[in-house]
Write a protein that binds this ligand. Structure first.
Ligand code: MRU
Length: 362
């Protein structure tokens, strides 16, 4: 493995270069073959990086958008608040259009917008400072939130367990640690050895390319399986727990995550394996009553038929359905692990308690 790639865990997935006023990202479309950092300033490039999954994973998207919007503010030319806010709002709406499902994108942009709206009467220079501080806060919070989820998640498993995960909800999907993979990284700090099965995660292969790399880089025993092998692996008795991340959790606990997650949840229920969803509260959307209400991104057919193949692998003209996400019904979920504790069914009640707990720290 390339030395730089081995050190991937030492890098933050999303960062702000304060001196240059640039968003710095690990380009995830190049992994695991090459480690390349992107430094972005233009809004079109930041939007494209989110859309193309150069930065991906709900928390990382949120942090990138917050930093991106701060950078937009640096380039806004205006003398008064009204002039500033009109351009700021246009930049906010533009970034918000990059992807529809991960609620962290809107959550982070809304936090930035609230800061801007609360700064009426301040100079433009001062508004920029306040936006800078909020973007840095969103980034810093992500680190402790993920660590806390990791600690709660680790309390659910024991050394030597087999863990199955889908997509990448690891450090590469956040600033540090990850959500679903945080318990494994924290376990490594304590010297635990887990056996991790990473679903390849068609069509963009976040499991095979990113989770597998992240596990290897942290010295974890990792095995890539095709998505259709999860049943066999569970039947073999190799999986003691499933950990997945999420892009949006509805108020009733239905949890939307990378396409294929609902199938894994159904298998886990069948084989009696606990199915845990790791969710920062920034990913829980109490305005969505249930999973059916969550907007599901559909992506281009070429991701299914052409990407990763030397030649197009499906007949020209055939119809393709390429939803990027699905949701696991709440009844399939053993627990939802947040930074403020572990919620168990019935989620309509316990998620409210998690937010009440959060309020105490506000
Ligand atoms: O399309 P992606 O790669 O952004 O999808 C990512 C996922 O589905 C993750 O599991 C989810 O965002 C949680 S990341 C901590």
């Amino acid at each position: 493995m390339d030395e730089k790639i081995k050190k991937i865990m030492a890098y933050e997935t999303v960062a702000l270069d304060d001196e240059r006023g640039e968003l710095v990202l690990i380009d995830q479309t190049k992994l695991p073959g090459a480690f390349e950092l992107l430094s972005l300033r233009r809004q079109e490039d930041i939007h494209r990086a989110i859309y193309r999954l150069q930065v991906r994973g709900a928390p990382a998207i949120g942090v990138a958008a917050a930093i991106g919007l701060y950078i937009a503010a640096l380039d806004i030319d205006a003398d008064d608040f009204e002039g500033f806010y009109a351009k700021f709002k246009a930049a906010r709406d533009y970034l918000a259009s990059a992807r529809p499902t991960a609620v962290n994108l809107f959550w982070a942009l809304d936090r930035m917008e609230r800061v801007a709206l609360g700064s009426r009467g301040e100079t433009v220079a001062r508004i920029r400072e306040l936006l800078h501080d909020e973007a840095v806060r969103i980034r810093d919070e992500d680190v402790w939130v993920c660590r806390s989820i990791g600690e709660y998640g680790l309390s659910l498993i024991k050394d030597g367990d087999g863990i199955l995960t889908h997509c990448n909800a690891g450090q590469l999907a956040t600033v540090k640690y990850g959500t679903a993979l945080a318990p494994i990284h924290l376990g490594r700090e304590k010297g635990y050895n887990f056996r991790v099965f990473t679903d390849e995660t068609r069509p963009l292969l976040q499991g095979a390319r990113l989770s597998a790399l992240e596990m290897q880089a942290d010295g974890v025993d990792a095995t890539v399986i095709c998505d259709n092998m999860a049943s066999q692996v569970m039947k073999n008795g190799w999986v003691q727990a499933v950990f997945v991340g999420c892009d949006r959790v509805a108020a009733n606990g239905d949890s939307c995550n990378k396409i294929g997650t609902s199938g894994v949840a159904i298998l886990a229920k069948y084989y009696g394996v606990p199915f845990y969803v790791c969710a920062p509260t920034s990913t829980i959307d109490m305005t969505m009553p249930c999973g059916e209400d969550i907007p599901i991104e559909e992506r281009p057919p070429e991701e299914v038929t052409e990407m990763w193949y030397r030649e197009r692998m499906a007949p020209l003209g055939v119809k393709v359905y390429n939803p990027a996400f699905d949701f696991a019904d709440n009844e399939l979920i053993t627990a939802i692990v947040t930074e403020y504790g572990i919620a168990s069914p019935p989620y309509a009640e316990t998620l409210k308690k998690i937010f009440a707990e959060k309020e105490k720290f506000a």
